[in-house]
Ligand binder design. Structure first.
Ligand code: UDX
Length: 439
């Protein structure tokens, strides 16, 4: 089976490369010629553990190729995946489907009869049928199938998530589409991965419902954390206590500075907009969006409070700028709200991140970067952890204390034991627990 993967963003690139690892012939297509050139030279445009090795192996095996030649890739393919971006549309927050529809038109013109067109981009309910209409309009009478196959991989563990998913969701309403997707995911049958085949609408909705549910779960534990702080509780203990209930589950119960990234903010906004449009408001999701936005600002206020009443001229060190560890992605990262809020209060902000500097530098003017996490502590009044990179967990807290001029730590990811930080001579404020002070 030959695959054309339209779009080499996160989802398209990882899925295309993983399908080639399964042994299929994959052509990944993008309009960005310099990106394609770099990919063909084995250079990976995103930081994703393990991806470079897979690209190299499958490129040299001749199963994987990168091209700007859309029409040839589509004309040779049995299955064409659409994995182009669906950003938030300005104004109403619905997903902007311009790129999906443009791809559909071009696919229609270039494809062979019998092609299966699979929408992998996250698209609002009804989009797959619209894509089918567009293709019929462009190529009246031609035989083809449309399917939906949302992707649930996470950045930072994308390869593992693609290769070992909890489930595969397929929206397919004819035998050809179902058979093609079952065949592509056959390597996962060995692991007994459930493959749910359902309608186009159900598949489209499943993706949004899954992401929104997880966003609600995170926001829920963040609000419980606020309550813990007021009444002397410890959110990590409460999260463990509820997470052991199988109906709840222990994952996505880490309280923190609010969710970010390329999916949750965009997908919750799109789902809320879709709900309003169809007269079925998603009030839990609407509230989640508002609470999460406010949470990022509250995090900045927390750091400002730790600086004391006079903030102008003070210095804050930040560990971690990416929206989560193991990625260089800063899209909708809490740091993008927290850093400017501190700067607006006259604070000089110094930061370290193992991977995100390149992405973040243009978005955070005035932020001073350090190549080493210890250097971030030099002469700062407050040290704040925003992203839980593993390498921060084992830092020598006494060394940090020696370098700081102040003595407050705000740990927004609970990566350190409060008692260890206090033993090093610093005040400690985690999330959802009682602050500890030295004196
Ligand atoms: C998410 C979904 O998990 C994935 O299924 C979908 O395909 C794309 O969106 P991703 O954006 O890569 O993946 O990140 P994820 O690991 O889910 O984290 C999202 C955000 O939630 C991050 O900002 C993270 O820090 C935050 N988070 C996650 C928490 O604050 N607490 C948690 O317990 C889990």
């Amino acid at each position: 089976m030959r695959i054309a993967m339209i779009g080499t963003g996160y989802v398209g690139l990882v899925s295309g490369v993983c399908f080639s690892e399964f042994g299929f012939d994959v052509a990944c297509v993008d309009i960005d010629a310099s990106k394609i050139e770099r990919l063909n030279a084995g250079e990976v445009p995103i930081y994703e553990p393990g991806l470079d090795g897979l690209i190299e192996r499958n490129l040299s095996a001749g199963r994987l190729s990168f091209t700007t030649d859309f029409d040839t890739a589509v004309a040779r393919a049995d299955v064409v995946f659409v994995a182009v971006g669906t950003p938030s549309r300005r104004g109403d927050g619905e997903a902007d489907l311009t790129y999906v529809y443009a791809a559909a038109r071009q696919i229609a013109k270039a494809m062979r009869p019998g092609t299966v067109v699979v929408i992998k981009s996250t698209v609002v309910v009804g989009t797959c049928r619209k894509v089918a209409e567009i293709i019929r309009e462009e190529r009246p009478g031609v035989d083809f199938s449309v399917a939906s196959n949302p992707e649930f991989l996470r950045e930072g563990s994308a390869i593992e998530d693609f290769m070992r998913p909890d489930r595969v969701v397929v929206g397919a309403e004819d035998e050809r589409a179902e058979a093609a997707l079952r065949r592509l995911y056959r390597p996962l049958y060995l692991r007994e991965t459930p493959i749910l085949v359902t309608s186009l609408e159900n598949a489209e909705l499943t993706k949004y419902a899954a992401n929104a549910f997880l966003a609600v779960k995170i926001t829920f534990i963040n609000e419980i954390a606020n309550l813990c702080e007021k009444v002397g509780g410890d959110v990590q203990k409460v999260a463990s206590g509820i997470g052991l209930d199988n109906r709840i589950g222990s994952k996505f119960l880490h309280a923190g500075p609010g969710f970010g990234g390329s999916c949750f903010p965009k997908d919750t906004t799109a789902l809320a907009a879709t709900g309003l449009k169809h007269g079925a408001p998603q009030r839990l999701v609407e509230t989640t969006i508002a609470v999460n936005e406010e949470r990022k600002r509250q995090m900045a206020e927390r750091v400002l409070a730790a600086l004391g009443p006079e903030t102008a001229g003070k210095r804050v060190g930040i560990l971690g700028i990416a929206f989560k560890p193991n990625t260089d992605d800063v899209r909708d990262a809490p740091s993008l709200v927290i850093v400017p809020a501190l700067q607006a209060a006259g604070v000089t902000v110094v930061a370290h991140d193992p991977e995100a500097r390149g992405q973040a530098e243009p978005l955070l003017p005035g932020l001073e970067w350090r190549a080493n996490p210890y250097d971030v502590a030099d002469e700062v009044d407050v040290l704040a952890v925003i992203t839980e990179w593993n390498t921060y967990r084992g830092l020598d807290l006494a060394e940090i204390a020696r370098r700081m001029r102040g003595h407050a730590v705000v740990d927004m990811r609970n990566i350190w034991q409060g008692s260890d930080v206090v033993a090093a001579g610093l005040d400690y404020q985690g999330i959802g627990k009682t602050p500890l002070s030295v004196g």
